[in-house]
Design a protein around this ligand. Structure first.
Ligand code: SF4
Length: 276
């Protein structure tokens, strides 16, 4: 496991240096800015959420300003983003933050309406530099695929410290988000250009399954049977076994497969021939 984790950390880090998405809020540790983008990007792509973030942060650079705004104004600015209840919860949160700032809530922000474990960990990592993994859908998918694990919670509990050692959690988490959005996508992951491909258990397992060794494989023997039948017209399984130098019961299994796939006929007197 240590080798896989080391490879994972090293390659994620160097990939992110060249491929990160350059959003302004990625450089800040202002919890209000981080809270805003997290709310806006729930069920919304980051690029789209970012456009709304720019409008909101201009209008409401702090929770105090938003707390004074009318609901109508908030909904108007939110218009087009969908899931309006997120806007309502954000507005309610600003009112709470107006009297009880982030510093008073730290390290548990779940008192704010709509803040669950994920947003809480995002605030801890991005605003306070805590060594926590922000487990969103991208992060889950990559960890599950790369480490081929079923119990993700247990895996994170056991390996979080190791995964985050020597790197700041903000870069680590953002790197996984970017990799999940660009390369390790839900459908058709681009494994051939993935920095993790050499050690990825999903990739390794699927490739290994695909590559049945050809020498003496069933695939090779089936091809040889077809070749023999093309030249000899019809033969028995015993003759095939001798020609292929394999046991007759294996030949019988192979010709059953070939018959099922529509390549050959087996006559009543047990002669095998190419299907006409
Ligand atoms: S190799 Fe493929 S499955 Fe594995 S992490 Fe990369 S993109 Fe995802």
């Amino acid at each position: 496991m240590k080798t896989e984790i080391d490879f994972f950390k090293k390659n994620i880090r160097s990939w992110y240096k060249k491929n990160n998405r350059n959003f302004s809020w990625r450089k800040t540790n202002d919890p209000w800015k981080i809270y805003l983008i997290e709310v806006l990007s729930q069920q919304t792509q980051l690029e789209r959420a970012n456009k709304y973030y720019k409008k909101f942060i201009l209008e409401y650079p702090n929770p105090e300003k938003m707390a004074l705004a009318s609901r109508r104004k908030i909904l108007n600015l939110w218009s087009g983003l969908g899931y309006n209840n997120r806007a309502i919860r954000m507005h309610q949160s600003s009112k709470i933050l107006n009297t009880k700032p982030f510093e008073d809530l730290y390290p548990n922000f779940m008192e704010l309406p709509g803040v669950g474990e994920y947003t809480n960990s995002a605030l801890l990592s991005f605003a306070y530099g805590e060594k926590v993994i922000t487990v969103d859908t991208n992060v889950k998918r990559i960890l599950r695929r790369y480490f081929k694990i079923n119990n993700l919670d247990k895996f994170i509990e056991k390996n979080q410290k190791d995964l985050l050692s020597y790197s700041n959690s903000r870069d680590f988490n953002q790197a996984l988000m970017d990799l999940g959005s660009k390369i390790c996508t839900n459908r058709n992951p681009k494994c051939s250009i993935c920095p993790l491909e050499k050690q990825c258990m999903k990739y390794i397992k699927e490739e290994t399954q695909k590559k049945e060794p050809f020498q003496n494989s069933n695939r090779q023997k089936r091809g040889q049977i077809i070749k023999i039948l093309i030249n000899a017209k019809k033969v028995t399984s015993c003759e095939l076994a001798k020609k292929l130098n394999i046991k007759e019961h294996r030949v019988k299994k192979l010709i059953k497969d070939l018959e099922r796939d529509g390549f050959i006929n087996i006559s009543k007197n047990k002669y095998i021939e190419i299907k006409s």
